[in-house]
Design a protein around this ligand. Structure first.
Ligand code: ARG
Length: 283
């Protein structure tokens, strides 16, 4: 096999300088090494199915929100999860709530970057970045999800997945096993009709118009991911809000991640790799 020049340079740079950046470059994003082969209305996830899923927990309340691993020391979550200033811990590589296997990792949060335009009344700009106290090592249960380019289009009708340990029904309890559910991307216009124009350009709707399947309390901050070109999982949305859960004509509303691609790269100072680089190394 002939290795192109740029890749050779990149590999030499990476092998020479074992920084976190290079670790991320080697591994790539959005893959599930383990899988070759609640959410309301979902099903139990298998181990390693959603290796970027994180549980954020407060000492006093336990699990409060979800988040997604996007680089070895960065998580993406929803701004509305951080109204309370209690210390938060992040649990990575977990499936059964609070049972931590060898491959899993727990980290303290060093810093929370809330979006400066976050509006708690409209839920506009509902995004936050969390810097871990120390980087995590990627393994078959812990992997970053890909951040889409700002030009990426998640077309309406595409079926994607939402995951989390949120309540299993509006009045129900948190899930013990990580739940997954298939939801379809809903067009901005259709969604705005159902929500009286409360859906801003920074929001993305997904769900089932008939109801029955949705994210719910406790899923907030967690991922809505879509498999692109059958290869890699991309973070399309962040669980943000909805009227009730899984109601007819009231789909889930998510933070539209493509609107924040540049913000994420700026705030993490390039530690979240653009996909181009990971692809180069994977060739
Ligand atoms: N805000 C909720 C939370 O804090 C999540 C709401 C999502 N609701 C929905 N119907 N999709 O966990």
């Amino acid at each position: 096999m002939r290795i192109p020049f740029e890749i050779t340079i990149l590999l030499i740079l990476c092998l020479h300088n074992k920084s976190y950046k290079c670790h991320a470059v080697h591994v790539g994003c959005g893959t599930r090494p383990r899988k070759r082969a609640k959410i309301v209305g979902g099903t139990d996830a298998q181990a390693g199915s959603w290796p970027w899923q994180v549980s954020l927990q407060m000492e006093r309340y336990g699990h409060v929100c979800g988040a997604s691993l996007v680089a070895s020391r960065w998580l993406v979550s929803a701004a509305h999860c951080f109204q309370d200033s209690d210390a938060i811990k992040a649990y990575m590589g977990m499936r059964v709530m609070n049972s931590v296997s060898n491959a899993a990792a727990t980290r303290q949060i060093r810093r929370i970057v809330l979006h400066s335009q976050y509006d708690q009344f409209t839920s506009d700009y509902d995004i936050a970045l969390l810097e871990l106290s120390a980087p995590v090592f990627f393994n078959e249960l812990v992997q970053p999800v890909c951040i889409p380019a700002s030009s990426h289009a998640f077309t309406s009708g595409t079926s994607c997945f939402v995951t989390g340990w949120g309540v299993l029904s509006e009045e129900g309890e948190l899930a013990t096993l990580l739940q997954e559910a298939t939801v379809n991307i809903i067009s901005h216009n259709t969604c705005n009709k159902m929500y009286d124009d409360a859906v801003t350009p920074r929001m993305l709707c997904a769900g089932n118009i008939q109801g029955g399947v949705d994210a719910c309390q406790g899923d907030s901050g967690g991922p809505l991911v879509c498999l692109e070109r059958g290869r890699r999982w991309f973070l399309a949305g962040i669980v943000s809000w909805g009227e009730g859960c899984a109601r007819q004509n009231r789909p889930g509303v998510y933070t539209r991640v493509i609107k924040f691609t540049d913000w994420i790269h700026q705030q993490t100072k390039g530690q979240v790799q653009p996909l181009r680089l990971s692809l180069l190394v994977m060739i």
